[in-house]
Ligand binder design. Sequence first.
Ligand code: ATP
Ligand code: MG
Ligand code: MG
Length: 537
Amino acid sequence: AAAGMGGGDTGSFKIDLRNVQKGQVKTRFPPEPSGYLHIGHAKAALLNYHIAQLNGGHMAIRFDDTNPAKESTEYVESIIADVQRLGIEFRPPITYTSDYFPEMLDLAERLIKAGFLYADDTPVEQMREERMDGIESKRRNRPVEETLAVWKEMVAGSAEGKKHCMRFKINMQDPNKAMRDPVAYRCNDTAHWRTGTKYKVYPTYDCACPFVDALEKVTHALRTSEYKDREAQFFWVLKAEQQVWPGLQDVDIWDYSRLSLVNTVLSKRKLTWFVETKKVDGWDDPRMPTVQGVFRRGLQLEALKEFILSQGASKNVTLQEWEKLWSINKRIIDPVCPRHTAIKDEGRVLLHLKDGPEEPEVVSVPKHKKHPPAGIKATTRTRVVWLEQEDARLISQGEEVTLMDWGNAIVESVDKDADGSVSRLEGVLHLDGDVKKTKLKLTWLADISDLVPLRLVDFDHLISKKKLEDGDDITDFVTPVSRWETAALGDPNMRTLQKGDVIQLERKGYFMVDVPLVRSGQPITLFSIPDGRQKSA
Ligand code: ATP
Ligand code: MG
Ligand code: MG
């Protein structure tokens, strides 16, 4: 069973985890604290958590902070908060790769003495070419003492030390290029956000990851499948480390496909660009594919889990459609969210019902006909009601129409301005009329003073191109206008809506309340929630 992941259709989710000891499985989510979590990271976190749960184990968080330049406490805090928003319970303590810098310096010395590392001062560009062509560095066979001496210089951060890096001595002819003597340690002068300038040399991800996983007794390291080529390297490095570090346990790898979505960039660096150039209001802008952004847009956690787990163990990298995610979301919100009524402000027009109620009549109707817990609302019926211009234009003189949740009326006259817009309508109620026989079902609101002003906000993708190619410059593909607002009036029951509430506006779709009513006269801000159908306009 999909323990703890409630609700989602995870039946198709099968995993082929090797070396499982029930109850002993430990996974870890290893974010780099250099930005906010996006929906791709959410996939990683949810899968790590789910797989641990399926095996009666637990998941830990380890901040992978081996790159001193870009990291900060702000990001650490936002990432922890987002993991909690994802409903994930991680087992403390939260650790940092940098916690293990002392051990990793010790490790380097042991690896050197055992002949697993050599110091190399081949210039970066040349090293890249040599790795492509399978050419060994002239430093490859230097004596251990020489490498040890260089290591001391690297640790001290001296000019001589900084010319070098440490490389694993694996196999420069291996067809798998990840095995061609990858770099294990390199110097970096940048102050580290946690350890300052204490260290001058840092392990690479390839060196640090297997070591720290094993030290922390992680049993299964989940990695995205584009690292498949690096699996052999992971095991080689781990084995070398185990030989010099007694008691270091085995770690297995389980790979899954990286999430990518149409018209979307999932990269902290690119998302940072949107924030810094103010193309969006912040990391939680509803157009951002961040965890905070998609939740603010109205995505329900349950839908996100189902979407991610339904891709399950597939290793194929596929470009996913947002519509798939939003239609799962719709299936979850539609049966429960309360219904309200709104009329677009611009061009709204009055229909005078000659035999309408003399005094306003208030009737109670359910907020959701099939879901009583949504509660009831008061609907006011008056002699004069508002219609939307777009609807009014469709009405012909003498036509029988249906006023939603009320009954039929016959429209006797339609007055138009010179430009063709409807300025006034007159009619009579025909409550005996058959609502099934009318063509037009009209949204209406009583002409009363306590209607609430609404600001309906809709969005487009930030990126105008469906699938960005490697060489594409995102600045060429930023959608010129990706946010627009429509002023409207809403039924008075909307006064009590709270931030985060999800509602349906009759004939308009689903919305999430972003700013509730704070002061009389100020608009309620509602964000349109996509329903998974392709937009026609
Ligand atoms: P980005 O550049 O988008 O930040 P990253 O891999 O550098 O990606 P990390 O903070 O290192 O970011 O990622 C944390 C975890 O999330 C890693 O295990 C990584 O593999 C995983 N991850 C990142 N992006 C995706 C994605 N699009 N789909 C699935 N997993 C992802
Ligand atoms: Mg990374
Ligand atoms: Mg990255």
